[in-house]
Ligand binder design. Structure first.
Ligand code: GLV
Ligand code: MN
Ligand code: MN
Length: 407
């Protein structure tokens, strides 16, 4: 019983064509037409593999392979939505490796005691609808279904309306379900495995993540006749905040990372003083206390900058996920599987958020990482060599089999 590398490579290419960008990347925003086509393609492959497919109220897709005993399933999953001009590996790889595990079990005629479930989570990226991991968040009881349904994209379109439009507003309740273990294979998205010549990362946990939104209200006015002394420029204040975010990360140091990635200027024309700016602040650190410290340093910076420019602001800290250690037994199982697969591996921490983070709140979870070329992701250059993927997929297969138990 083994992973079919050629078949896995072909499925990566095929699904990767849905939403492919001219430069070989991927734009498959959550609940877009491309996402629908990707979902339809996956559902067809899951049914071909004999899985019983259901869809829940958040559009999460589950495909169940029956087990010999009436036990909770081992769930393997990830997401197939992408960031704009992202890559073909983030999320998609985890789903396709899980599919390949099911196919390999089928080929080998292997029955397991626990059922095995393949899961595809909605809007993991948080690129179109905020926050990220919204659907596993609802499933874990950390985000209210109502709030998730009312999340709006930048054009004001509601998540629930898009779920309905693309035909993935399911009936099954999106609530915590019992599972033997949740396993997610994912690209590392950082440089460590590649730098150290390793093929697999045994993920021990995921950093704490905080997302904030700052809206600055200045006074929109004409760029010509308005003297400098009477201006209240939202963008000038926002620019200083961006510098302040970088300064906080530098001053605290260690593993703290802080990013302003989304920046919306209104009216965003050449000859008007910007009246309003909205920007995002993403901070991450292994320690929740460090995130609190960063926030405590940032708030007075925003206050002072805005006071100097004479502008009003709202700072909303709207999403927070605590540092999440994975289940010790699942991590040990993944490590044994990595060893048995012949991978060169080590334990590692994730700097990116994953659905596994919310799944860990409701059951035993763990992850398998494979290296990212040049440590890059959330970009079109994202790439992982198929030989590394093979080690990761074999690790996933062996870990799933160990946890589900051979019948
Ligand atoms: C998901 O990609 C995240 O870590 O923001
Ligand atoms: Mn991902
Ligand atoms: Mn991502």
């Amino acid at each position: 019983m083994r992973i079919d590398k050629g078949r896995l490579e072909r499925s990566i290419e095929e699904l990767g064509r849905i939403g492919q960008t001219p430069r070989g990347g991927l734009t498959r925003l959550a609940l877009s037409d491309e996402d629908k086509r990707g979902r339809d393609w996956m559902v067809a492959r899951m049914r071909e593999a004999g899985l019983a497919v259901t869809v829940d109220q958040m559009g999460n897709i589950f495909g169940q392979r029956r087990g010999e005993a009436a036990l909770p399933p081992v769930i393997m999953g990830s997401h197939i939505d992408s960031v704009p001009t992202g890559g073909k590996y983030d999320g998609q790889l985890g789903v396709l490796c899980a599919l390949e595990v099911v196919r390999a079990l089928n080929d080998g005629g292997i029955n397991t005691r626990c059922p095995i479930t393949l899961a595809i989570f909605t809007n993991e990226e948080g690129a179109r609808f905020q926050p990220a991991m919204i659907a596993s968040g609802v499933m874990a009881g950390k985000i209210a279904l109502e709030d998730a349904y009312n999340a709006r994209d930048k054009d004001g379109i509601r998540l629930v309306d898009e779920l309905e439009r693309i035909g993935y507003l399911g009936a099954e309740p999106c609530v915590a379900r019992p599972f033997r273990a949740y396993l997610e294979l994912h690209i590392e998205q950082g440089p460590f495995l590649e730098e150290e010549g390793l093929t697999v990362g045994v993920v021990e946990g995921i950093v704490a993540i905080a997302w904030s939104r700052l809206t600055i209200h200045g006074v929109q006015d004409h760029a010509g006749p308005t003297p400098m002394r009477v201006r209240h420029d939202a963008l000038v204040a926002a620019a200083e905040v961006v510098g302040g975010v970088r300064r906080v990360a530098r001053e605290i140091g260690g593993d703290l990372v802080a990013t302003v990635g989304n920046f919306v200027v209104a009216p965003n024309i050449v000859n008007a003083i910007p009246g309003r700016v909205m920007l995002s602040i993403d901070t991450r650190d292994p320690s929740d206390a460090t995130l609190d410290r960063a926030r405590a340093m940032l708030e007075p910076i925003v206050r002072d900058v805005c006071a100097r420019e004479g502008v009003r602001y709202e700072l909303e800290h709207y999403w927070r996920v605590p540092y999440t250690p994975f289940d010790r037994d699942v991590v040990d199982t993944v490590e044994r599987a990595a060893k048995a697969s012949g991978a060169r591996y080590r334990r590692i921490r994730s700097g990116a958020g994953h659905d596994a983070q919310y799944m860990a709140a409701i059951g035993p979870a763990g992850m398998v990482f494979v290296p990212s070329r040049d440590g890059r992701s959330h970009c079109e250059e994202e790439f992982t060599a198929i030989d590394d993927i093979e080690h990761g997929a074999t690790t996933l297969l062996l870990a799933a089999l160990d946890l589900a138990g051979r019948a």
